[in-house]
Design a protein around this ligand. Structure first.
Ligand code: GDP
Length: 528
């Protein structure tokens, strides 16, 4: 095989989805530990602390203990190259999270063994389902009091309408948790609570009837294990690679991230079963990852990672081709050529200049605002990737300034945050006040803190009387004109100049929809 198909074959680009507190951070750390990307557990947090210390705007993040920014980590394990795309866990930042999921080929769903499926798990799962993203389930915290494994499997199946199949089976739980039987590789993996960051390879067994099991485990636990597995095998279908890859079946692993337990099995399964980069749909055709020419899209923009520079990093997901440093890429939205000399690869330990990158990889392209969420870059071909959405904000507020002289600066700040995807900004056609829209209430606080820290502007957010925003589309210019003429005071433009209808309440929105059936009041707008 030539290099490109081999590199594509070896790539695994995935995200971890979880309800806050289920153990996503802990699992991330352990995955990186196995990948040799960090030397000791705790490094993810330690690195985070350093970064936080450097930038003021993350004060909110620090005080609230939530992670606002998503990051990407690239590491190798078992002859594979993994790109782990971290998703912010707090529900206030779901829009960012949703977009992150457009950049991955599979996901790991972490569930707390005592709690089962929680609200955020369900929401994130629904986004994965929309795109048929295959999911491996990791039931975490088995070292604590846990719910019955049958009960948990049943909940995943019923609640998410997803076929489940056991990848491993737990032996006991809480203080009696002894380990798992790896049903795929036929290994008994015992938990050693003393071994810190070293994980045992497990003991090869010749099926569940192997007498080794009787020597290594108490008689009652072996009996229960054999009985449980016989039952679960009867109840659940066997693992089927195709069904998993189509997103209809999830293999379930049990473990304890904090004890490193089950992490190796999870990684080996990702290496063996998770899909390599998928063909991607563009407006004109479907692009195969093995195609020689580079194409890809921006799914996230992060500004001011270094507050001393007004730089922005566009997170670019490569969909096809072999990226080489210095390659000239065409920016579809502006038609301009961009020589990409200083892109970075996010190795878990550090950022490194990207000399080469392959489909599935995510590179960071520094720029001064040219690149926006949803932008496509190609080596010349006219095509645009679709499907990176912008969501109608659920909360709208007006921005007020202490010093009205700073209006121009404020506008720049707001446009910049809108381009970054942190919020949306609407300029009403009538009146001078800007309206800002977000998905969760905490985002207003984060924004005010960032406007202060990055632009030295004191701004306040206050109620504006609107409760929803909808992008307006209409194929009939006469109807559109009539609508615009009679609703001028409720119209605004977003940062790209697209028309938006601001409604005071659900009734008013409903009324407009009834009165103008030919107009589409869109809740999402595809970025282009
Ligand atoms: P996140 O919010 O999903 O990122 O969750 P964290 O990784 O920060 O974990 C939340 C809490 O659960 C922390 O106090 C962790 O130490 C703890 N935790 C994570 N994994 C385990 C585990 O396997 N067993 C136990 N007992 N606690 C865990």
């Amino acid at each position: 095989m030539s290099a490109l198909p081999q590199e594509v074959h070896n790539r695994r680009t995935f995200a971890i989805i979880a309800h806050p507190d289920a153990g996503k951070t802990t699992l991330t750390e352990k995955l990186l530990l196995f990948g040799g990307a960090i030397q000791m557990a705790g490094a993810v947090k330690a690195r985070g602390e350093q970064r936080r210390a450097r930038s003021d705007w993350m004060k909110v993040e620090r005080e609230r203990g939530i992670s606002v920014t998503a990051s990407v980590m690239n590491f190798d394990y078992a002859d594979r190259t993994f790109n782990l795309v971290d998703t912010p866990g707090h529900e206030d930042f779901s829009e960012d999270t949703y977009r992150t999921l457009t950049a991955v080929d599979s996901a790991v769903m972490v569930i707390d063994a005592a709690k089962g499926i929680e609200a955020q798990t369900r929401k994130l799962f629904e986004v994965c389902r929309l795109r048929n993203v295959p999911i491996i389930t990791f039931i975490n915290k088995m070292d604590r009091e846990a719910r019955d494994p049958f009960d948990l499997m049943d909940e995943v199946e019923r609640d998410l309408q997803l076929e489940v199949t056991p990848g491993s089976w737990p032996i006991g739980s809480g203080p009696d948790f002894r380990g798992c039987y790896d049903l795929i590789r036929d290994r008994l993996v015992l938990l050693d609570r003393r071994q810190g960051d070293v994980a045992s390879e497990g003991i090869q067994c010749d099926g569940l009837d192997d007498p080794k099991l009787d020597q290594l485990l108490p008689a009652d636990q072996v009996a229960k294990l054999r009985e449980d597995v016989a039952m679960v095998r009867e109840l659940c279908p066997p693992f089927d690679l195709e069904t998993y890859r189509e997103g209809h079946q999830t293999p379930v692993f049990f473990g304890s991230a904090i004890n490193n337990f089950g992490v190796r099995e999870l990684l080996l399964s990702l290496a063996a079963y998770a899909p390599s980069p998928r063909p991607q749909h563009a407006d004109t055709r479907t692009v195969q990852p093995e195609e020689a020419k580079v194409t890809g899209f921006v799914f996230k923009v992060q500004a001011n990672m270094d507050p001393n520079h007004r730089d922005r990093i566009a997170f670019f997901r490569l969909c096809s081709g072999h990226f080489r440093r210095g390659v000239k890429l065409k920016h579809m939205r502006s038609g301009k050529l961009l020589a990409v000399n200083n892109a970075v690869l996010f190795l878990a330990r550090d950022r490194e200049l990207a000399e080469d990158a392959y489909p599935g990889d995510i590179i960071g392209i520094p720029n001064h605002g040219t690149l926006r969420i949803g932008d496509t870059l190609t080596e010349g071909e006219e095509l645009r990737y679709t499907g990176v959405p912008s969501f109608a904000p659920e909360l709208l507020q007006r921005v007020k300034l202490d010093d009205p002289m700073k209006m121009k600066h404020l506008r720049k700040a707001l446009e910049h945050f809108a381009e970054e995807g942190a919020s949306q900004v609407f300029k009403p056609l009538i009146g001078a006040d800007w309206v800002v829209g977000v998905v969760g209430p905490l985002q207003f606080e984060v924004l005010a803190a960032r406007i202060d820290a990055e632009y030295d502007i004191k701004a306040k957010f206050e109620s504006c009387g609107y409760d929803s925003a909808r992008w307006i589309e209409c194929d009939d210019p006469v109807v559109l004109k009539s609508f615009l003429d009679s609703n001028r005071s409720a119209l605004a433009e977003d940062h790209d100049g697209a028309l938006v209808y601001l409604a005071r309440n659900g009734w008013q929105l409903n009324r407009a929809q009834v009165d103008y059936p030919k107009i589409r009041f869109q809740k999402t707008r595809e970025q282009n």
